[in-house]
Each structure stands twice: as C-alpha cells, then as structure tokens.
Design a binder for this molecule. Structure first.
Ligand code: NAD
Length: 340
C-alpha cells in the first residue's frame, strides 16, 4: 500500500471502481443495447460488489447499483412514471443458496404471520424485456419499459404491434385502473431465423434473444417493430384497484380470462422439494421451450404475505430468481463471433 493509504482507503477505491464498472456495463446493456461482457461475467461483478457491501456496510453508497433497479429511461422516448414501482429480482446461483433464501423467507413469514403456510408460485424466468401495460376500464392506454423502476420509456406504439397483447380486454369485471407487467421476448425459432437474415445481409447479428427483443421494441419507427414476431407473457401486476384476487396465481387466471397472454408453464407448489424438482426439470429441458429462459422465478403466491414481506429499494423480498449456469449464452456469443 502507498504510505498515505490505509486498508480501508484501498478497499473504498476498489469498491468505487467496481461500482463504476457495473454502472457502465448497465448503461451499455440497457441504454445502448450493446453489452460488452456476457451476463455471467456481469453477474460475477455484481456479486463481488454485493459481497464487499455485506462485509463492509459502511461503504454502501445511496447510488450503489445494488440499491437501484438497472436501466435509466433513454431520452429517445417520452418518460413515463409507473403508477406502482417495478422491481428487479434477487438472484441465487445454486440449490444451496436457494435453500438459504427459502428458509429466510419462511422465517420472515413466520414472524409477520405466525402459523401461515407458504405456497410457491414457480415460473420460468423468461430472457426478455420487462414491460408495463396500463389498462383503464379494460382499454390499453399506455405501455412502457421498466427503466429505473420508477420511470420508463413510452413504447405504446411499438407494443401495439405485438399480436398477443389485447388493446381491449375480453370479459367483464376489469379494475378501473390496472398495471400488468410481463416479459416481451423473441421466440427462439424466430430469433435463429432473424440472425441468419442479419448475417446474410452483412449486418451484425444480435447477441441473444433478449437483445433482439429490446432492440426490436425500442425502435423509433413502430413499423420496424411490427416486422419482428415479438411475443409476451405476463408475470406481475402493479396497480390493481378493485381486482378480486387474493394471490398471484388467481390473478393469472383472471388475466387469462381477459385475453392477456399468461405462461402455460407456471405451477403452484406446496414445498421446497417440489420447487427443486421444477428447477431440475427445466434445467434439462430449457432448450426445448418456445422461448429462452435464464432461470426459474419462485414467488410467495399469497398477496397478503407478499405485502407483509415487502421489498428493498431494488427487489421484492417475496421472490427470488434461480439462475442456471451460463453455458448456453457463452456458446451462443462465441458462435456469433465466428459467424461474423
Ligand atoms: P434480472 O433479469 O436478473 O431479473 C429481473 C427481471 O426478470 C424482471 O424485471 C423481469 O423483467 C424478468 N422476469 C422474467 N421472467 C420473470 C417472471 N416469470 N417473473 C418475474 N420476473 C421475470 O434482473 P435485471 O435487473 O433486469 O437484469 C439483470 C440481468 O441483466 C442479469 O441477467 C444480468 O446478467 C443482465 N445484465 C447484463 C449486463 C451485461 O453487460 N452483460 C449488464 C447489465 C445486466
């Protein structure tokens, strides 16, 4: 160490430069849609930041990437304030980490609501782009990207080109105001064809379906978005004035009745071993699906328990993402480099 530097100074320097590096990668990924490292490499940097903060909470800055949802709204689109905040997800990378998370959530539930049993809504983690749809009296009035969780980008015209998203909801009993959150994605087969066409036309292909979905959805000209076969599955709800549902799975039932695209793959499971079985099943079948996934999302199903657990500034405490090992993404990036 230089004579005038203490170990704390040097740790602070490492922490600040790591935080800056993470911010720059977030900007490249969310704002420019041009990541320069793989998701696994990014996750590694993010975890290092989290580890330093866990050991030295005194270093945590208010604007640390661990305290914020990634992705500012770009000025290329009008800014939209979400009525209810959108969050990211806490990640775990092994079954052992998942076990720790489940025990912690169960202990928190026991302390806020003694004797409650938890049912786990278990879903595929779609590798796409989070979008917030605002319906007023059953009519789609606005669609926005997640952005930093509070403010997103107005992409209404582009979203209207996605065939599976209804402009007007079917049925009756819609809340006067309802925010439906979901993932817009590029179906795997269509993604492969798109990249073949890009390469044939001498253009740089997309690094992965998530980038293709983000690039297609954030076009200034909706006619270009319309040429891309984007799809969506809903996986959350924001403002829901008067919605007659006590749980997330019950909500999915209503959203489906109203014509919104819900995933056919989710399951409501009674215990952790069943969740592990679900994770292992899709671990071996992750490439047999209609869309790419990068993990499994596990949620406490009951709304009252979700409310009791609450959230941090970045993630809900009632949900976790189990991330699969990154072999697929790396292979794909390498393949594409070869193609180019
Ligand atoms: P995340 O993608 O890990 O998880 C949160 C998001 O998952 C939610 O916002 C939602 O959009 C999505 N999701 C998909 N299926 C869902 C479901 N069934 N239920 C609920 N949510 C679901 O978090 P993030 O903060 O959006 O981004 C982090 C991801 O982006 C990581 O995978 C990271 O590696 C990647 N990233 C990469 C770079 C890079 O440079 N390569 C930079 C920044 C971020």
């Amino acid at each position: 160490l230089p004579a005038d530097q203490t170990p704390v100074d040097s740790l602070r320097e490492e922490y600040n430069s790591l935080a800056e590096e993470v911010r720059q990668h977030r900007f490249a990924y969310y704002n420019e849609n041009a990541p320069t490292i793989s998701d696994a490499e990014f996750d590694e940097l993010f975890r290092r930041l989290e580890k330093i903060e866990a050991l030295h909470p005194e270093l945590i800055a208010n604007d640390s990437p661990t305290q914020e949802v990634g992705g500012d709204a770009s000025s290329a689109f009008a800014a939209v304030n979400h009525l209810q905040r959108m969050y990211s997800l806490e990640d775990v990378f092994s079954l052992a980490e998942l076990d720790v998370w489940v025990s912690r959530a169960a202990a928190s539930v026991e302390s806020v609501s003694p004797g409650s049993t938890i049912t786990w809504l278990t879903e595929l983690k779609i590798d796409g782009l989070a979008v917030n749809l605002l319906y007023r009296n059953g009519e789609l009035v606005r669609a926005a990207t997640r952005g930093d969780g509070a403010t997103g980008e107005d992409i209404t015209h582009n979203v209207l080109t996605i065939k599976s998203i209804p402009r007007v909801l079917a049925g009756t009993g819609h809340p006067a105001e309802m925010e439906v959150r979901g993932e817009v994605f590029f179906p795997s087969a269509a993604f492969a064809q798109l990249n073949e066409r890009m390469v044939a036309a001498g253009k740089a292909p997309f690094a992965n379906p998530r980038n293709a979905a983000a690039g297609s959805l954030r076009q200034k000209d909706p006619a270009l978005t319309a040429e891309r076969p984007l799809d969506m599955y809903v996986h959350g709800i924001g403002v829901r004035e008067g919605l007659a549902a006590q749980s997330q799975s019950e909500t999915y039932g209503l959203l489906k009745e109203w014509g919104l695209p819900t995933s056919p793959y989710f399951k409501v499971l009674d215990d952790a071993p069943a969740v592990v079985e679900f994770i292992e099943h899709y671990g071996t079948h992750r490439h047999d699906l209609f869309h790419e996934i990068d993990g499994i999302v596990v949620k406490v199903d009951d709304f009252a328990l979700q409310r009791a657990l609450g959230h941090t500034s970045r993630v809900p405490r009632w949900s976790v993402a189990f991330k699969y090992p990154p072999e697929e993404v790396n292979t794909r990036l390498l393949d594409i480099r070869v193609n180019v």
